[in-house]
Design a protein around this ligand. Structure first.
Ligand code: ADP
Length: 490
């Protein structure tokens, strides 16, 4: 089966463009440089891709601006149909996209298939939104004329995406941008450029005009991105990634007063009250913690459990997590793949190590897994002392951190005691409590009695240092539209 897998991978890679995607075609970098893409399950090189320079970025923006007006004035129905065809093609090629994400990012094939469905859905959803871009009219209160409000595409956009969801973090930005009539340059994460390059090819197959979408893998993100952001033709930057990089990009966006959308880090609380359905809460915690190997900004970072049910909950969750099967995402039976790279694995190991040194108790796991690849054992710890770094920083790995609480007020206070505010989850069977706690949580998204909240039809976004703006839903397209007011007489 190793050779079956190797054959399948080489057949797949033969059909993935590895050049820069500029002006509707794959081409080498202007400097001719390339970089390696590795399989995190083995550390081995899968292939090499072109490494974009500042000159390549300028070429992509030349092409995006050249077609900008034509794309902005293309009939919404036509833009909609191209997005719809791209959705169909991605779904048709589910197995290709799934295997590609599994080999470049590490998640299990089952999770990759789930991401294909989720990521593609942004294209279908925004194909439906493309033809529903509205505006409004009103009579001026003075009676002296009319107020006409229209929506216009913001213009050429830059998307900078992370490696944890190589497809969905792209389509969540590309879908609304294209629906709104914007052109877009995507700078995918260094670790996972292949999925976006295949998507660019699929968009071309779906009939997207050259220049509307470019993809620029690069090992020089800071300089390539800075050059684009100081070019007066760029009008917007949309970023998903760490809060630190997001802050830098917000600063840089001042130069050209760019519109910004920022999906940054999280430190999600997952609260289990004593009136919860505990079995359901364990299922929810498994999903909120272990989905994507814990490498999600919405991942449950702190599990807060009402003390009367804490022992029962902890035992049940530990048993479930201990049963995880660690291995390559493409191997049969695997439930937990590798982390993305050695740096990420070492970061998880040091967060857990510090907590344990400070007195935390390990229920299962607690160490990296030997051998090639960047594996970390599925882990549960509790009795973590207040102030431990693992409670304040994003873990981004398969580590469940449990702490107890006594009262609802204490749970809310601790849940909100973070500079982040992306997702929060809680379990209760009381309607009063559900409404009270939902509004008390300082968070852009709240899951009530569920551990997965992402939905292309709902607005995804954070408050506080978790970000600015929303992606998905009917809100998502607004990020790519400017409001114009036209005063009419009479
Ligand atoms: P992570 O810690 O998850 O790797 P990052 O925020 O470092 O998250 O990376 C998210 C994306 O931001 C990646 O595409 C990365 O290349 C890009 N990036 C990182 N640093 C910069 C920077 N200084 N300017 C522009 N993009 C950056």
């Amino acid at each position: 089966t190793d050779t079956v897998h190797a054959d399948r991978v080489s057949a797949l890679l033969a059909g993935v463009p590895t050049g820069l995607w500029i002006d509707g075609a794959s081409r080498p970098s202007e400097a001719g440089a390339q970089f390696d893409v590795r399989d995190p399950a083995t550390g081995e090189v899968l292939t090499t891709v072109a490494d974009a320079t500042v000159a390549d970025a300028t070429a992509a923006l030349d092409s995006a601006s050249a077609v900008g007006k034509a794309w902005a004035t293309t009939a919404p129905r036509e833009r909609s149909l191209i997005l719809r065809r791209a959705w169909e093609l991605v779904v048709e090629r589910t197995e290709d996209f799934a295997l590609l994400m599994t080999i470049e990012m590490g998640k299990t094939l089952a999770e990759s298939r789930g991401e294909v469905a989720y990521g593609a859905e942004f294209l279908r959803w925004f194909s439906e939104e493309a033809v529903r871009i509205g505006g409004r009219t009103a009579t001026a209160p003075s009676g002296n004329g009319r107020i006409l409000v229209t929506k216009e595409p913001v213009g050429p956009c830059l998307a900078i995406t992370p490696w944890n969801f190589p497809l969905a973090m792209g389509t969540r930005k590309i879908g609304p941008a294209l629906a709104a009539g914007c052109t877009m340059i995507v700078k995918p994460a260094e670790d996972t450029p292949l999925t976006m390059l295949l998507l660019a090819q699929v968009f071309a197959d779906a009939g997207l005009p050259a220049g509307v979408l470019s993809v620029l893998p690069t090992m020089s993100a800071p300089t390539v991105v800075a050059s684009l952001m100081t070019d007066s033709r760029l009008r917007k930057v949309s970023f998903t990634g760490s809060t630190g990089v997001g802050k830098k990009l917000i600063e840089q966006s001042a130069d050209q007063v760019l519109r910004t959308s920022m999906e940054l880090g999280g430190n999600a609380p997952f609260i289990v009250f004593d009136d919860a359905d505990i079995d359901a809460a364990v299922d929810g915690a498994m999903a909120a913690k272990m989905r994507n190997g814990g490498e999600a900004c919405t991942a449950a970072n702190r599990i807060l459990v009402h003390n009367p049910v804490r022992e029962r909950f902890t035992a049940a969750l530990s048993a479930r997590i201990a049963a995880g099967v660690v291995g390559p995402g493409y191997a049969d039976g695997t439930t937990l793949g590798p982390l993305i790279n050695a740096r990420q694995r070492d970061s998880v190991a040091s967060l857990v190590g510090e907590a344990v040194d400070a007195g935390a108790r390990v229920h299962t796991g607690g160490a990296p897994v030997d051998g090639p690849g960047y594996f970390y054992a599925p882990t549960v710890i509790d009795d973590v002392p207040a102030g431990a770094r693992i409670l304040t920083e994003e873990i981004f790995g398969p580590v469940a951190v449990i702490t107890g609480f006594d009262t609802e007020d204490e749970a809310i206070e601790r849940a909100n005691d973070t500079e982040y505010g992306l997702a929060a989850y809680f379990y209760t069977t009381s309607l009063d409590r559900a409404l009270r706690v939902s509004s008390a949580l300082e968070s852009g998204m709240v899951g009530v009695n569920r551990g997965v909240i992402s939905d292309p039809a709902a607005p995804f976004g954070g408050v506080k240092q978790s970000g600015l703006g929303s992606e998905g839903g009917s809100e998502g397209i607004e990020e790519y539209l400017n409001t114009k007011y036209i005063a009419l007489t009479p």
